[in-house]
Design a protein around this ligand. Structure first.
Ligand code: HEC
Length: 150
């Protein structure tokens, strides 16, 4: 039995409160969930940020490179959300995430939906559409941070 599984079993037996916190257990403990989601956001930032010099015209538009980047962004964008389960309050996450689950879900959806036209523009190799989609996605990051991140 690995150490973290053993630790979660001990916690589950010792505390009925922890036993209800299925998500936190899936990550071993809340700190693991916080590190996981912060790590995912760092990767999101790297791959979203890599598009910035392209849309600003600071580097040449390389369709294959942009598409590869957007595809990674698309995948990693799915990751942070399951690490906001019950009992994982902390990091820079505002308590509003757990008080307003609907609002937080809506902000996730806005972000994930914004990646559809971004991916389409990257696939089509349309720089104008890419610029618009990039701005939209950026606005969805900011909207969520304004409401849900300290
Ligand atoms: C639905 C809400 C939401 C969306 C959308 C969102 N974020 Fe975040 N982001 C958060 C929350 C909440 C945190 C704080 C997580 C924590 O500290 O536990 C965070 C943290 C971060 C961090 C800091 C990670 C760290 O190391 O502490 C970065 C960087 C980041 N987000 C970038 C982005 C970028 C770039 C986008 C869009 C491309 C984005 N986020 C979209 C909610 C969101």
């Amino acid at each position: 039995m690995n150490k973290s599984l053993f630790a979660s079993l001990v916690l589950a037996i010792a505390s009925p409160l922890v036993a209800t916190s299925v998500q936190a257990q899936a990550f071993g403990k809340a700190d693991d969930a916080i590190q996981y989601r912060q790590g995912a956001f760092q990767i999101i930032k790297a791959h979203f940020g890599a598009l910035q010099p392209v849309v600003k015209g600071q580097i040449a538009y390389d369709q294959a490179a942009v598409l590869a980047n957007v595809q990674i962004l698309d995948q990693v964008a799915k990751l942070p959300w399951k690490a906001f389960g019950p009992g994982t309050e902390g990091g820079d996450a505002r308590d509003d995430i757990w008080l307003d689950e609907e609002g937080f879900k809506a902000a996730q959806k806005k972000f994930l939906d914004s990646l559809v036209p971004l991916t389409a523009a990257a696939q089509a190799g349309n720089l104008d559409d890419l610029k618009k989609a990039f701005a939209n996605t950026g606005a969805s990051c900011k909207a969520c941070h304004d409401s849900f991140r300290d």
